[in-house]
Design a binder for this molecule. Structure first.
Ligand code: NAD
Length: 269
């Protein structure tokens, strides 16, 4: 019997097999979870690329798959109505979603457009609020909600720019939501992952440099693997973490604790 046997949940944010949500999903699946998934709506119904990519990964174990743009309330309502119909109640929800328009993401922060800022905040931060608001109605006490964040929300990471501002808001939002939903027995936490090559991270400037820095500066002197992030994510969503609330758990080889390079650091090699 697995840690998630008999547990049901919703996963938002698998774009492909590099997605962090997929790394976490694999662990949840191996532990017996029953899951439903969403993908970005396809613009051309004749060529449903998003849906096809997701189906290829989860086809043999999904409860249902639905399109969902987190900017669209009708999409969100439809997903939660379907979840209620299919699952009755849910035990967990994974929010692994972020977006900023390229022109705004590349910085500088002081040059970010008003619309770009609103859009980035809406998709990367407000979406957690809108998911939690709906999840409350169908989540069991003891349920767990997890979002994904990055160190750029706590410290200045050159290249992360407006997304760092969104992550700071997301981490604060996680704490406020954890406070509010805690009275209903629902835990909300964030996982701060070290850099992993994904569709989203490929848009972040200086990503390759960050990967090198983690290898040189982190206590483990290496980057984390998707599997390590997947395991920690599944743990936070599980009953094993039943006393962990409003936490931002760093899964980053310890990079976040360093205030200066270690003596043996060879930068850029
Ligand atoms: P990814 O591109 O695989 O996932 C991002 C997801 O966001 C995609 O599934 C995309 O469809 C979804 N998305 C974007 N706009 C959306 C919208 N309007 N409606 C619904 N979904 C939308 O990349 P990832 O790296 O797996 O990112 C997942 C999360 O992890 C993000 O919050 C990201 O900031 C965070 N994160 C990533 C890293 C990294 O190095 N890759 C590190 C720390 C945190």
């Amino acid at each position: 019997m697995g840690m998630f046997t008999g547990k049901k949940g919703l996963v938002f944010g698998i774009a492909n097999d590099h997605s962090i949500a997929w790394a976490i999903t694999q662990q949840l699946r191996d532990e017996g979870a029953e899951m439903a998934f969403t993908h970005l709506p396809d613009k051309d119904p004749e060529r449903p690329r998003m849906e096809r990519r997701l189906r290829k990964l989860v086809d043999d174990f999904d409860k249902f798959i639905m399109p969902c743009d987190v900017q669209n309330d009708d999409d969100l309502d439809a997903v939660f109505a379907k979840a209620k119909e299919e699952f009755g109640e849910i035990d967990f929800l994974l929010h692994s979603i972020a977006y900023a328009p390229m022109d705004d993401l590349k910085g500088p922060v002081h040059g970010v457009s008003r619309d770009g800022f609103k859009l980035s905040m809406e998709i990367s931060c407000y979406s957690l609020i809108s998911l939690c608001h709906r999840a409350r109605d169908i989540m069991k006490p003891g349920g767990s909600i997890l979002t994904l964040t990055y160190l750029g929300g706590e410290k200045v990471i050159p290249g992360y720019n407006v997304m760092g501002v969104c992550k700071a808001a997301l981490e604060s939002t996680t704490e406020y939501l954890a406070h509010e939903l805690g009275t209903e027995g629902i835990r909300v936490n964030a996982l701060s992952a070290g850099p992993l090559k994904t569709l989203s991270s490929s848009a972040v400037g200086e990503f390759d440099q960050m990967v090198k820095l983690y290898s040189a500066f982190s206590p483990l002197r290496r980057n984390v693997t998707p599997e390590e992030v997947g395991k920690a994510g599944a743990w936070l969503l599980s009953d094993m973490a039943s006393g962990v609330v409003g936490e931002t758990l760093h899964v980053d080889s310890g990079y976040h604790i360093m205030g200066a390079p270690p003596h043996d650091a060879k930068i850029g090699e």
